[in-house]
Write a protein that binds this ligand. Structure first.
Ligand code: PGA
Length: 261
């Protein structure tokens, strides 16, 4: 089963994620990070940026692959995930921009953009640590309910629930694109370590379904159960519908220090 770590708040989750990524960079300076957008990972990126600055960690070789991108936003649109990843990750961490890839949502090349991304991921040797958020629909990446558990990077139609959730970033709900290009669930499962973060009551159902529910395309997050190394880091509110909370706390409290997450 996935390891579930219950933390006090997003800052505590961020510290844990930052520690883990710093160790990875130290052991593999050209580590491949799988990057998520959305509000959830922001505290982790901030904590990581602080650690990199405080400890003078050389990140020039660190590589990154974003999970997903909107289709059809003009190049340079501030809410394109290319722009978000540049603003929230590449610049604050000081990564080398050319080493950080985002799926290409340009309609002119969209027919082969998914296959191109898969080739680039494979050529990079795959993702070492994949950061994941989870949508209240249960999506990971933009794999909405019904997505094949074996899927590869491809174009998907967003659900209206996801478009509504993301409307806060746009001037009008109608401006939220209808389509996206996203790593598939099969793509995500090839990463060597999955770290799924979720905070707040609004995520409690999706977290319980992902961690303890049936493995089903109806709950894309449940695919994490198929992965041998998944860490789920949640606050109390997001953990509130988990059945085996006592066990997760017990296992974490008694975890050998050398193991990390
Ligand atoms: P959020 O989105 O981090 O903004 O809540 C998560 C997701 O939709 O995967």
């Amino acid at each position: 089963m996935a390891e579930v770590v219950i933390v006090e708040n997003e800052a505590a989750a961020g510290a844990l994620v930052a520690d883990t990524i710093v160790s990875l960079i130290r052991s593999k300076p050209d580590v491949v990070l799988g990057l998520a957008t959305g509000s959830t990972p922001l505290a982790s990126y901030r904590a990581l940026a602080r650690r990199i600055a405080d400890d003078s960690i050389d990140v020039r070789g660190v590589r990154g692959f974003a999970l997903d991108e909107y289709v059809g936003l003009p190049a340079g649109h501030p809410e394109s995930y290319r722009a978000v990843i540049t603003r929230e990750v590449v610049e604050p961490l000081g990564l080398t921009p050319e080493l950080v890839r985002v799926p290409n949502g340009d309609p002119a090349t969209i027919e082969h953009a998914g296959a191109d991304y898969e080739v680039a991921l494979t050529a990079a040797g795959g993702v070492d640590l994949q950061i994941l958020g989870i949508g209240r629909t249960g999506h990971i990446g933009f794999n909405e309910p019904g997505s094949s558990l074996a899927s590869h990077t491809r174009v998907k139609t967003l659900t209206e629930a996801t478009r509504a959730d993301n409307a806060r970033f746009f001037d009008s709900p109608d401006d939220v694109p209808m389509h996206c290009i996203t790593q598939g669930i099969g793509t995500i499962l090839r990463a060597r370590h999955l770290v799924l973060l979720a905070f707040g009551e609004v995520k409690a159902h999706a977290v319980a379904a992902a961690v303890e529910g049936a493995v089903s395309a109806n709950q894309p997050g449940s695919a994490i159960q198929l992965h041998p190394h998944t860490t789920v880091i949640v606050d109390e509110a997001a953990a509130s519908q988990l059945e085996h909370l006592d066990y997760y706390r017990h296992a974490w409290a008694n975890k050998p220090a050398w193991q990390g997450i």
